[in-house]
Design a protein around this ligand. Sequence first.
Ligand code: DON
Length: 529
Amino acid sequence: MLNRGGNAVDAAIAAAFTLAVVDPTHSGLGGGGFALLYDVRSRTTQALDFREMAPAAAGPTMYVRNGKLDPLLATDGALAVGVPGAVAGYFDTLSRAGTLKPAVVIAPAIRAARHGVVVTPMYQHLAARRLDCLRANREAARIFLRPNAAGVADVPPLGTLIAQPQLAATLERLAKEGSRAFYRGKLAQSIASAIQQLGGIVTADDLAGYHVIAREPLRGSYRGHPIATMPPPSAGGLSLLQVLGMVELLQPSGDVYGDPESMHVYVEALRRAFADRANYVGDPDFAHVPVAQLTSSAHLRELLRSFNPARATPVAALLPQAKATQDTFAGEKHTTHLSVIDRWGNAVALTTTINDAFGSCVVAPGTGILLNDQMDDFAAAAWQPNLYGLVMGEANAIAPGKRPVSSMAPTIVFQKEGQARPLLVTGGAGGATIPSSLLQIMIHLIDHGFDLAGAVGHGRLHHQLLPDQLRMEPHAYDPATLKALAAKGHRLEQREPWGDAQAVMEDPRTGLRYGASDPRNEGAVAGQD
Ligand code: DON
């Protein structure tokens, strides 16, 4: 798209539609997400919220059976589906700031759907993890699985070509008729009736009532670099700004690479940000989320009153309501982020997801559309963990028309000098680990002088308050550093690599652009000819 004269928005939306086809495990037309758009000419950043909405018949007891919460209902099958926002979001983004016609931008996705995409190791890994869920939906099994020797739908062999002719036809229709074709008429009917036949509650009216919301981005700064990120219902953006703010307060002269004292500060800041997330964040159209107060230095200072340089603060002191949660870590990588800077300096950070790998595993027959299980991002019961082990309170309770809180945090960091130029455009996958992955990229880049590939690839550490464990990727830090952290009372757990971040940057000194795609997954960097 850039080679054809398009701008960052054209490129981002072409990529988003194509990723819906070539990476059906991560995102798609049946999902939703967020985008930050930076327009260099007007120097303005817009935040677009095309997150799923709870259907009109949704309510706080919809996942309770016989007086008990049944978490599987919020992740597998039709009751898990939120009203999808991706198609409305992509079209809205393109019409606000794109320059190419939808038919041009969608064409590569249509080609890929017709021709088919090859099954990769990651596809196999995720299909194996979601096998029961996929098998339970005939259409999903037909498209995404292949019969094994015993004739049972199973993970397809490596290299299998997955063609999606029905998805191609749906995309062709969208290219001609626009997003209206998804939300009203035949496609909407097919989606609603497929969901209802399987026990879900999304109606044609829910689809007709879906709307994208343009929000004021959340703004902050780190070491003099202005930052724009996603506001609620994203909690990820708020966590980013809170942690950066606390790190700056405690380490005014910069974070020191690999220093256990610095890492302790960072981890303690993360724990406090997750406590605030649990207490305060919800859809701002339903719950009052005091973002200005939560990011104010007075509040951050207050949070840090309990900070002890020698000891990890106990969970009970930070979030007394929370019960211990089990460890649900699954090396999450299934959500799509893409970052673009164009030749003029416009930028797009777009994160889009169907939530868990293959979403709810429900495909609306005849459409090729795989639907999300985003309802799991609500607190189905206050203070009970979801898929990502996250506990949240009343502000994120289920209500009709409400949007579930997200960790997704598309972010643009601007240059210190020449503040009209983006320094870093980033975002990522990984559920609750998204903010910590992005924070480390920023801190490695800004404080530690890493190059972009080094910042994205570096071993990660993550804390989300509950479960009370400091997760480390293998070889992220040396044994002496880990020992020093353990001595402060952090419960260290080594885990397989997680997350999937994408980043592009402009070097302020040379003006050269760099891209880095997370080595933990199958993404890629591309440049204009
Ligand atoms: O919005 C969220 O926070 C989640 N639905 C994102 C899902 C995700 O990143 C999946 N993981 N890798």
